[in-house]
Design a protein around this ligand. Sequence first.
Ligand SMILES: [Zn+2]
Ligand SMILES: [Zn+2]
Length: 259
Amino acid sequence: MRFASLGSGSKGNSTIVVSGLTSILVDCGFGIRSICARLLARNVDPKTLTAILITHEHSDHWKGVEALSAKFGIPVYLSAGCFKARNLSSDSKNSKNFKIIDSHTAFDLGQFTVTPVPVPHDAREPIQYMLSDGTFRLGILTDLGHYTPHVISIYSKCHGLLLESNYDEEMLARGPYPQFLKDRVSGLFGHLSNRQALDLLKSLDLSQLQTLVLGHISDKNNHPDIIADVLSNADLGGAAIIFAEQDIGSEWQNLKPAL
Ligand SMILES: [Zn+2]
Ligand SMILES: [Zn+2]
């Protein structure tokens, strides 16, 4: 299994995950030209995508979904709440591509078993995903105000993890955001701070972890150096630490069988 962030942050998020002949895009928060360029830069032809998985309806995860799906006939998997929040109707021309999933039930998609994970975030029915190809487990976990016991149970023992480390608490408090936005970001249904990400990592079984990608990093209220400093307090067992950037995402991360 291999994966790459195609870009991550408040201006757009998308991740590509490949195993065998199955290629899954998780979210598409970039316009169609931008997402196609980001895929082609990693030698993925957009028309070969197996599916698009959606976490929630916020535009930094949704922007190019409908155009990309319509252009190449790619099925889109999403929660019923997200479908409603986006005002999609079952008689619109693109509706045959939309597949509503149960937020609590795993399903098979090509080479993958996809486990949706409900998370606390200020969207209609937000979910995150664990993807398994039978050998490796990749967890994708962004856009949550706090982590739950369910999150800890699902995301333990993954080989790859793309985790939100959105803001530094002090920078957010002193930073330029208006108070309502500070309250939203730091609230129970906002985003994970660096400290929360650290606490979560300390709660997870990381014995299998090979690669940790930190994503959805605020450009106003955080900095990779601060995250690296905070994470120096976690025992990551030698896993590689990568920072996904807004404009360039990350390089391919290849998960490898244990020697
Ligand atoms: Zn987001
Ligand atoms: Zn969001």
